[in-house]
Design a protein. Sequence first.
Length: 530
Amino acid sequence: MFNKHLRIYNYNFMKAIYTASLFALLVIAFPFSSVNAQSSGVSFGWTDDHETYGLLHRPFRMSLLPGISTNGTDATRYSARFSINLIAGYNGGLEDGYELGIVNINKYYTHARFQLGAVNVSGGRLAGINLAAAANYAGTDVQGLQLAGGVNIARNNMEGVQLSGLGNIAGANMRGFQYSSLMNIAGEDIEGIQVGGMINAGRGDMSGIQIASIINFSGNDMEGIQLSGVGNLALQDASGLQVSGLFSAAGRDIEGLNVTGGMMVAGRDASGLLVSGLGLVAGDDIEGLVVSGLGTIGGGDISGLTVSGLLTIGKTIEGLSVAGFSNIAQDITGLSVAGFANISTSATGLQIAPFNYAQHFEGLPIGFISWYGNGRKNIDIWGDELGFLNFGVKTGTREIYNMISLGIKSVGNGNEAAQLGWHLGRIQPLDEAWNRPALENYFVKRGWSATLMVDDDSAIETLNQQYAYSYLLGRTLGNRFSVYAGPSFNMLITNHPNRDDFTPYTIFETSRGNTDYRFWVGFTAGVQIF
């Protein structure tokens, strides 16, 4: 058994001696072999490099370490097509060739049909198919297909297809397709498709597609598609499709389809289809379809369709604006709907909100109080066939009014009843409505009302609602006093236990379960002051 192991050991030892001797022979023989000072006929990459650096060419080389190679200590004077670096090689260049090694270093350029190593380094251009367990590095440009477990680095441009475990870094432009689990970074422009596990960033323009789990950044303009888990940021214009989880921002304009779960900010204009979970802020105009969770704020004009969960604020608002709380602008034109108030210096169109305010308004107001500088502000006192004495605050335009009212009456046995009403109507001078100039001091008042009525016996869930249309004729007796009277057409929907207290009679009634629907014709007379 011992002799068998000894024979195996001697065989392996002799094999090692033979390999070392062969390598030594190559190291000794190659420096004295014929040298071709011409190129090998480069057909890949930049064909002028061998002329620029004036390298000598040998088809094959082998290196153990820098200085220990088939080209001896002058290895940087030579280029080759076939290169093997057992540990590390430091040579002049690789021309349209193949290189294998642990560390492959070419001082001037690398034009590889295929290069494989732990680290591939080129002092100049790195082109072709370069595969590295750790890194591909070029002192100037990288072009072609590069795959690195760590990084692909170019001090100048990076172009082609780059795949890396950590990052792709270019000192100048980055073009083509890049993927990294960490980052893609360019010192100038980015063009093509980038997929970064965390970050895609460039100091210049970005055009193409960027996908990152954290942020896409452009130091100048962004144009194309950006998808990020956290944010998209361009220091100049941003246009195209942008989707982000937390923010989207541009130093100047935002244009196109932009969706973010958080905040959207444009230094100047924002236009297109813009959706933000928190809000949109633009230094100048906002135009298009805008949906924001909290607010939309523009330093200039806001036009199109704007839907805000809380506020819409701009110099002017034009189009359809819907806000959960308020629309605020110097000028509002179109349809403005707010959960609390529409507030402006001047307004035109249709306004719907509990409170509407403007110094000057032309259009149709719908609200509890519509207070306009050029509109009406009246107090109404009137009675009706139900016996209620009503007090109302009437606001709106000279022609269209909104009014809220409170009425009280006694229903016997010491009990009181009250009604709370909302009214929307139109007032026209009779000389205009009937085309009778002689009736200029008379007017017709037509209106709809919805009233909730309660008494001491009403429970919270009691249904007792009156809807009415009134046609009233009136006369103006002075600048601040008018009287009016006329019929009303009424419907009561009620399940009140004392429902007869709220209907003097009926001309028609029907029931559904415990709910009555009663109809009658009534009469209203009152005065209007201020």
